[in-house]
Design a protein around this ligand. Sequence first.
Ligand code: G4P
Length: 198
Amino acid sequence: MDLLIQTIKEEGIVLSDSVLKVDSFLNHQINPRLMYEIGKEFSNRFKEDRITKILTIESSGIAPSVMTGLQLDVPVIFARKKKSLTLVNDLLTAKVYSFTKQESNDISVSNKYLNEKDRVLIIDDFLANGQAAIGLAEIVKQANAEIAGIGIVIEKGFQNGGQLLREQGLRVESLARIHSLDNGEVSFIKDGTKEAVR
Ligand code: G4P
């Protein structure tokens, strides 16, 4: 997706060989116009898939998910990372291990909003080691719902999440795929080729 790649080139900050900071449009400040275009792109890619719900995880997955939900005209559910005062009963839960933070967290969704009739599109902002997406997929399975696919805004192709999910037969659609962040430069995977941009 050209607008996203352009924005990463202009505003992304390479923090290390493995971390890209995109606080100016996705992780802290949010660019609504870009989110709207991201929603249109996901919606185009999944419009034939009879999606009934979008499932994401708080917090940075919410903006692109809501824009996609608007386009596909379906509700958006976000998994909570912390226990909620009002969300206590009938929970679907999964453990998500973060390699980055080296800790495990339970994520949860009320079973009121997902059931066996649902075809779910999972959306998240980053795909690194894939643990968040795997946890969300686990929640969909617990609800006996179907996973239609996974939409990712930025996939780090040099980490193994994409491979893990695709090996499970899941359809993963990433709008920007990063080949490497080595030497402070972002290079993208584009149609099987690598384009160094910085
Ligand atoms: P995984 O789910 O793919 O296994 O990811 P991991 O545990 O490694 O990542 C933990 C958090 O860090 C997630 O956000 C993930 O989106 C984010 N993350 C991973 N790699 C990058 C990166 O290169 N750049 C940025 N900006 N974020 C990255 P989170 O803690 O759940 O945060 P949020 O959704 O509340 O913002």
